[in-house]
Design a binder for this molecule. Structure first.
Ligand code: MRU
Length: 346
């Protein structure tokens, strides 16, 4: 993508403000970890891998903020900052995966002189960001094989360069299919309530000149019935050890529709999205977001003030509805418990 989603320079984290897209290209600047938490919870930056990298820089900024304290006090303060960062959005495991990686380095290097310690932490955050780009490109090279020539591909939410440090997961596979001249057409769901499909995926598809059509979420079943979808590919926020997958609300519904219509349904995610500590999807914490996301579209109120709202940001697709999980080390086929374990330390 021509814009950087996440950039770190001069002790400042610059995030392409996704709340303003596609209308405005503006960067949000975070100079401390509290501003990083705001950026994650208010969805300036979103998408599991992108918030992972953002969280890593948040840990570095916390260490910078507390650098004058003793080693044990510094560690205690950063640990408490990590707890707050992780709580900013609880479902995507990439966030705690990245912040825990940073904490591990801090614990083992905390007695080093401050300058070296900070340098090591900044380097680790940069590595996490860089490795995400590489993982996505690898993942795309495997994923492209599941996209048939001349096919219609349906995707949900935004899993592109905006949801990662660059390139993307499911949308990265789509990018790769376009590069490989697979002659695809993409159906992008608008993704209510926050409209990541309409605002972000459509933005990336237009930027990349990929043939695409935006649909209302409720159009997906009709399209499938009309034989206009050959394959569904989506991202993930947390994959349990048995393959059950939490992703943007509406993914489960799409997986059921795909199953009924005999359409292959793929998840694309780096291994940082697999949570081996969670055995099955029912144990995944689902973030609930505010009522205004449902009651408003932009600045316009579309529902009465007094109506109750239920707004889970994610749902869980059962492993049996998933055809394959595309990762940076290959496509995992069912049964996923064995397959995911095999790629753990590959
Ligand atoms: O609420 P969001 O926009 O952060 O949700 C994003 C998704 O559900 C994505 O599919 C997932 O994070 C994978 S992004 C590569």
């Amino acid at each position: 993508m021509k814009y950087r989603t996440i950039e770190f320079e001069d002790e400042t984290l610059k995030l392409l403000d996704q709340r303003k897209l596609p209308g405005k290209i503006e960067y949000y600047e975070a100079e401390n970890y509290e501003q990083v938490i705001t950026a994650i919870s208010e969805m300036v930056v979103r998408g599991a891998p992108a918030i992972g990298a953002t969280g890593a820089y948040g840990v570095y900024l916390a260490a910078l903020e507390f650098k004058e304290l003793s080693s044990s006090e510094l560690l205690a303060q950063v640990e408490s900052a990590v707890k707050e960062i992780n709580e900013a959005r609880p479902t995507a495991v990439n966030l705690s995966w990245a912040t825990e990686k940073m904490l591990k380095i801090l614990r083992s290097s905390r007695y080093k002189d401050r300058k070296s310690l900070l340098r090591i932490l900044e380097k680790e955050a940069n590595n996490i960001a860089q490795q995400d780009i590489e993982a996505n490109k690898e993942l795309a090279s495997y994923g492209v094989k599941v996209i048939p020539q001349n096919s219609n591909v349906l995707t949900h939410c935004n899993t592109g360069a905006l949801a990662t440090v660059d390139y993307g997961t499911a949308l990265g596979v789509i990018r790769e299919a376009e590069k490989k001249n697979k002659n695809i057409h993409v159906y992008a769901t608008e993704t209510r309530p926050r409209l990541q499909g309409a605002k972000l995926t459509a933005f990336e598809l237009v930027e990349e000149n990929i043939s695409a059509t935006l649909i209302a979420d409720s159009t997906a079943g009709f399209l499938m019935k009309e034989n206009k979808v050959d394959v569904v590919i989506v991202g993930a926020d947390r994959i349990a050890a048995n393959g059950d997958t939490a992703n943007k609300i509406g993914t489960y519904m799409l997986s059921e529709l795909a199953r009924i219509h005999n359409i292959p349904f793929y998840i694309a995610a780096p291994r940082s999205t697999i949570d081996y500590k969670i055995q099955m999807g029912s144990a995944i914490a689902i973030e609930e977001r505010g009522a205004e996301e449902i009651k408003m579209i932009g600045d316009e109120k579309i529902a009465p003030d007094k109506i109750d709202v239920y707004n889970p940001a994610f749902d869980v697709t059962p492993a049996e509805n998933i055809t394959g999980i595309i990762t940076e080390v290959g496509v995992v086929d069912p049964p996923f418990s064995a397959g995911l374990m095999e790629i753990r330390d590959k």
